[in-house]
Design a protein around this ligand. Sequence first.
Ligand SMILES: *Cc1c(COP(=O)(O)O)cnc(C)c1O
Length: 390
Amino acid sequence: MSARPDFAETLAHARAQRIEAMLARRLIAAGRERPGRIRIDGRELIDFGSNDYLGLAQHPRLLASLHRASQAGARASHLLGGHQPVHEALESALADWLGYPRALLFSTGYMAATGTLQALLGRHDLCVQDRLNHACLLDGARLAGARLERYQHADATSAADVLAAHPQRRALVVTDSVFSMDGDVAPLAELAAVARRERAWLIVDEAHGLGVLGPEGRGACAAAGLSAEDVPVWMGTLGKALGCFGAVIAGSDLVIDTLIDRARSFVYTTAMPPALAEAALEAVALARAADAERTHLVALIARLRSGAAALGLELLPSATPIQPLLLGSPERALTWAEALRAAACYCPAVRPPTVPAGSARLRISLSAAHSLDDVDRLLEALETQLATGH
Ligand SMILES: *Cc1c(COP(=O)(O)O)cnc(C)c1O
C-alpha cells in the first residue's frame, strides 16, 4: 500500500473542521418570483440579499427579449463565429454609455477580471491592489504571475508607497469602485492622480457602481469626474444592477484589441447567449434612464441608516445600497441572519474567507424594488434581535 494521503479522508477532515468553526457553506434553493422578495422553504421573505439594485431582473422588457429569442446558445466562441450582431450592438451601447471608444463582452465578471489581468500583465510587472479587492482581481494577478502587492484599504498614499518601492516595473493599480462586502467607495480621484504620477494604469471594477452611481448610472468613476484617460481599463458587470448576466471591459482600441488577442477567458469560451445580449441591451437603456430608481435608492439608504442609528446599531460607513452590519464572529452572524429570517427578512451572513477573520457580518443590500415600508420591517426585526442581547 502507498503512503500517499487519501483524498476522501483529507477532504472530509477539512470539511469537518470548517463545520466546527461555523465556516462551512450550504446552498439553499431560493425562489425569486417577485422583485424585492425571495422564497425560502416555502416562505416569502423581503430580499435584502440581491444585487438587483435597480429592480431590473424581472423587468417586462428584459423578459420579453428573452421570450423573443430564436437561439438558446451562441454555438461558438466570439472569435470562431459566435460573435453576433447583437453582441456588437451591446458593446456599442455600453461604450457609448460609459464614454469609452470600445467595449468587450465577457461571460462573467470573474472571467473579465482574470482574463484582463492575465492579458495585460507579465511576470515582471507589478499589480498593486486594495487589500479588500474582490477575489477575481486578486486571482487575475496571480494567474498572470505578476508581482502582487496589496495596499491599505482605500488608501491612495499606501498605493503610492508600493509603486514608489518598485520604480522599474510596469504597473497596474487595481481597485473595486464600490467594495462588494463593505459598500464604501474607493478614493478614485486620488488613485487616478497617483497612477498618473507613477506612469501606472488604473483599472477599476465597477461591479457595484454601474447603474447605481454617477450621472446616468455610469458608475463611481464618472461620479468622481474621471475620464477614459484617467481609467484606461474600466470593468463592469451585467449581473448586478443590470439584472442580467455577463460583464464588460471598456477601454481604447489598443486595450480591447489586446484582450481579443490575449485574454484566455475571452478566447477559449463560448460567446454570451444572444438572447442574454438582447436582454442586456434593454437593461442598458433602462439603467441609463433610471434616475427615479436611483433617487428612491438614496431615500431607502437614508431611511435604513437613520433608523439603525436610532437603534444604536452601527452600520459600516457606506453611502451605497450595500449596508453591512458588522457582527464579528461567524456564529453571531449566523444567529442574526437566522433571527432576521424568522422575521421574514433575508440578509445573508458573510463569513471568512470572503471577509477578513473577525469581521463576519450581515450584508444588507437595498434595491429600488424595496419600499420604505420594507426597510421599516427590517428595522423592526433588527430591534427585536438587538433586544435579545446576542
Ligand atoms: C460580483 C463581482 C464580480 C464578479 O462578477 P460576476 O459577473 O458575478 O462573475 C467582480 N467584481 C466584483 C467587485 C464583484 O462584486
